[in-house]
Design a protein around this ligand. Sequence first.
Ligand code: MCN
Length: 751
Amino acid sequence: MGSILGNRVLRVEDPRMLTVGGTYVEDVQLADALVLTYVRSPVAHAVIGAIESADALALPGVVAIFTGADVAAGIGRAQHVNPLFHDAMRRPFVAAERVHYVGQPVVAIVSETRAVGMDAVDLVDVDYELLPVLVDPEDSRRDEVLLHPGAGTNVVHRASTPPADFSDCEVVVEARIVNQRLTAAPIEPRSGAAYWTDDGRLVHYAACQGPHLTRDSLAAAYGLEKSQVRVITPDVGGGFGAKSRTYPEELALGFYARAVGRPVRWTETRSENMMAMPHGRSQVQHARIGGTRDGHVTAYQLDVVQDAGAFPLTGAILHTMTMRMATGCYHIPNVGFTGESVVTNTSSITAYRGAGRPEAAVAIERMIDLFAAEIGMDPADVRRRNLVPKFLEPYTTGIGTAYDVGDYPEALERVLVAAGYDDLRAEQSRRRAAGERVELGVGISVYVEVTAGGPQTEFGAVEVGADGHLTVRSGSTPFGQGHETTWAMIVADRTGVPIEHITVLHGDTDEVRSGGLTVGSRSVQMGGSAIAVATDELIEQARKRAAGLLEAAVDDVVLDVSAGRFHVVGTPALDIGWADLGSADGGPLAADTDFAADGGTFPFGAHIAVVEVDTETGDARLIRHIAVDDAGTLINPLLAEGQVHGGIAQGVAQALLEHIHYEPDGQPKTTNFADYLIVSAAELPSFEVSHMETPTWMNPLGAKGVGESGTIGAIPSVYNAVIDAVSARGVRHMETPLTPERIWRALDEAG
Ligand code: MCN
């Protein structure tokens, strides 16, 4: 029997999801629970004056009302995500003295029902003394208005290298590129619930990307031991990076629950989610590329201003991820980078699918295309000339990032063949010669990214039940990735126990000793490897126990994985199974491990987008998207492809549609799906995806991450395709999203 790994196994999660449905925080039954509703700031920057809440408190069904000062007196201010950030920039759980963005919680109302809470919001009066507003990060860095005066500057964090030297370049091209602000828009908005047990433990339900970090944040906020906090993460309806943190307005649930002596729950509305859940991207880039007229890139400089939003979160270090991946797949030793993050009067910026790496890919892939256009060379040929050749031992970039293994030329050649590149170019020329209104555009990107970047650990455990059933405990928490299927496959492959007899537990800090976040597409290589290592340890223990039962030497006992049974070498007829071992004397048969890795792996691939642009209306349509992705050894190609599909959709969205827009006074203009053009199947063709598998030596599975690569590959290819479509009409560059209006205006300006 062959291995189950690498097979397109259907998700074990789906029968439940498709029949009874998932259990989300809002579905959790909590007797006697009250509901939290926030009064949110309608202005972007102001000193808070008098708060009048007596009418709201008098409303039948309103149980309690808390101001920011009340909450601060109980639990202080929220912890920073990074100790490097200035203390004066720490976020209050509820705004106390000032508000810093539209949507910031100012007053907390606890009521019997949600409807009463919403009515009560309208009865609270807050005086605001308006302050000057900063929404543009490039304005903010001038420090003319300080958002957190105690910090003395709006700059949160800086990172740089020595500058690139352009003195020998025959050609130099520059451009400004904006990775606009986006929202993750998970189908389940943020949601939480908390109560205290009689023995003083805090129980908190969190829709998040990893309960252990939430537990640690709660322990810090409430001055508790970690063991006094239990965090449960049931099914989660998407996160895309934005739920990697449990935010202050949720962490405060325990404070309200303690004050009123009953459980308190909170689920935000869609508009609250779009306005106030931290956003992604919002990075402004100034890029410069130089080289020879025959297509060799010899210098690259990338200068980045990263918007952190009102209070620094992960967004305030995204430029460091961009820096790390700055040169992408190209051999450009002469490279320079500067980056700084700044606060603005907008919702905070956090991780969003790719988190800093798509920004790097957009910059280098746009600049390669601009360079190609400048010297009049086919963009595929410029890439061929500059890609790092295949390597199976670490390659260190000019920035100093050590990539593990890669074969970028092969990915490029494969995608060119799969797309029928020469035919596409011929059709493009034919349309141009015929003067057709609808232009064809072909955009290439070759990308490399990093998954599970940095030294880290992840927990995995496996235990045998008396009936031979295996229970897996995983420190990784899924929110759509299909971990239960993936982990069961890894264990089945090693033990011979069918996946139907394997239960995967996750998302409960009382059930799972420790765990990291499901971010940076780290779960398979970290969590999956932890489970693989724990399973191997379990098998060793099982062999010892089997040897005892079979009265044989341990070294003579083997596991026949195809049968899931142990026997002595040469005598397969006398065998024992997992149930025999699980029910035998000798205590529990179980193993666990904290798998550690020194650094990340570097998935890569090449994408080609084919677009049609109507030059009269400016309407750009993606008509084909061809992707070749390499995430090392694939555990389940079906699920990996699903990840690539979802990733591409979000990449296309950034290139063509989505944008969280703020007016100069800090008013968000895109707080619902009528104004925010979230991508849907209607705008997308069927994707043509295939994969390569270049295993990494960084973990026992040979696996790299795949959860974000679709996005990273797609954005630049679609971006390049649209510009390629209109390039013959004199358009050189545009900012995303490439809306009909922008394209129409660019065509108009180009004449
Ligand atoms: N896989 C595989 N072989 C590999 C790598 C992955 O078969 N070598 C498959 C596995 O089935 C695994 C899945 O791909 O379950 C994703 O694995 P991995 O790449 O390790 O990513 P994570 O599980 O850590 O997921 C995180 C990643 C991130 S960072 C974002 S953002 C994201 C994404 O996953 N958000 C998602 N995918 C999402 N999918 C859904 N449905 N919803 C989100 O919010």
